[in-house]
Design a protein around this ligand. Structure first.
Ligand SMILES: Cc1ncc(COP(=O)(O)O)c(C=O)c1O
Length: 363
């Protein structure tokens, strides 16, 4: 069976975990700031705060820019549900805008049209690791919180790493991500004030220079353990190799699927560079996707529908959303499947997936 995803973990991670265990400092220890500093340096950004998940990073990022009850946040409906849920956590309203059919990211014109007097922030998602057009969104002068959970290693056309422009930007370290700590996340940001607020709020609102149980604001337990940060540090060391391997696998897929009726992920355009996260193709219209996924499984290939449109999930329908609101997103979401994709995938496995897909589409 060829799995959908598989992390690269080796002796460096094993040693790092053992060292952390032997230090007896499992939380609030030195590996947390060490991981934060190494991560921030890699992105060329002033600050980073390690947190327990990408969702936690997004949530604290929104709070840092002041999103609260009654505010609107313009965002993409073609994302993992967390990027919209965090807006609801603060009793604000996610205002979806349709996506670009090529990059699958928030369409800057649609986003502009969705801005109202109540818009407090914009929340672009760098979906599937492809850079969202943050430079175009910056023209509105509104706070931006970036969902870079899928986009470690991506770059904007001007050379800035995705997540390195200074806006609060959230990264996720779940096991299928470019870098994993099992579960975990990081918020990068330029503002020292934001960093102070985030560090307090991830730790139950603890006051920065006061005693253990002094809490001067509402907070959460969004801390990341030292063991997780130790894994993160070891993963950072091998990140360039893992990103290069992912790009190589993507290249093999492109060659193997040349001439296939599926739509492939877009090529890098205008100087933007994707940080490869998943290999998602769109099946031809009219093909039974669930049937295709079952048939692929029978041929030893895992796949899954990825991603469903957020506004059409039952929970969001209860908020009043309906089919037809965001036609580009709905068309893409109905046809997308993620194929197996991980750094240690071989060209033989890619060929096996491509052959299976071809056979399933022809059947
Ligand atoms: C686009 C996007 N946003 C947010 C998240 C949430 O990250 P986590 O699962 O670490 O909370 C993910 C992770 O899957 C994601 O892909």
């Amino acid at each position: 069976m060829i799995p959908l995803a598989r992390p690269v973990l080796g002796e460096a991670e094993e040693r790092a975990v053992l060292d952390a265990l032997r230090s007896r400092q499992l939380s609030l220890g030195p590996r947390v700031p060490a991981f934060e500093e190494a991560f921030a340096a890699r992105l060329g950004v002033a600050h980073a705060s390690a947190v327990s998940s990408g969702t936690a990073a997004l949530h604290l990022g929104l709070r840092a820019v002041g999103v609260g009850e009654g505010d609107e946040v313009v965002t993409s409906p073609f994302s993992f549900v967390a990027s919209a849920n965090v807006i609801l956590y603060e009793r604000a309203t996610p205002v979806f805008a349709d996506i670009d059919p090529v990059t699958l990211n928030l369409d800057p014109d649609a986003a502009a049209a969705a801005i109202t007097g109540r818009t407090k922030a914009l929340l672009p998602v760098h979906i599937f690791g492809y850079p969202a057009d943050v430079p175009a969104l910056e023209a509105h002068g509104l706070p931006i919180v970036e969902d870079a959970c899928e986009a470690l290693g991506a770059r904007h056309a001007d050379g800035t790493p995705v997540g390195g422009r200074g806006h609060p930007a959230a990264f996720g370290f779940y096991a299928n991500k470019q870098l994993t700590t099992g579960e975990g996340g990081m918020l990068t940001m330029a503002s020292a004030e934001h960093k102070q607020q985030v560090d307090s709020e991830r730790n139950q609102g603890r006051a920065p220079d006061m005693g253990w149980l002094d809490h001067d604001r509402l907070g959460f337990n969004y801390r990341l353990t030292d063991v997780a940060c130790a894994i993160g540090l070891a993963q950072l060391e091998r990140l360039d190799d893992m990103l290069a391997s992912r790009a190589q696998v993507a290249g093999w897929y492109r060659a193997a699927l040349d001439g296939s009726p599926v739509d492939l992920p877009c090529d890098d355009r205008g100087g933007d560079v994707r940080g490869w996260f998943v290999f998602v193709v769109q099946l031809p219209r009219g093909l039974d996707r669930d049937g295709a996924i079952r048939a692929l499984l029978e041929r030893g290939v895992q796949s899954k529908p990825y991603l469903p449109a957020i506004h059409l999930m039952s929970f969001y329908r209860e908020l009043g959303h309906r089919e037809g609101e965001f036609p580009v997103c709905e068309d893409v979401a109905a046809r997308s499947i993620a194929l197996p994709f991980f750094p240690e995938m071989t060209d033989g496995q890619v060929a096996q997936v491509a052959e299976a897909l071809d056979a399933v589409i022809r059947a």
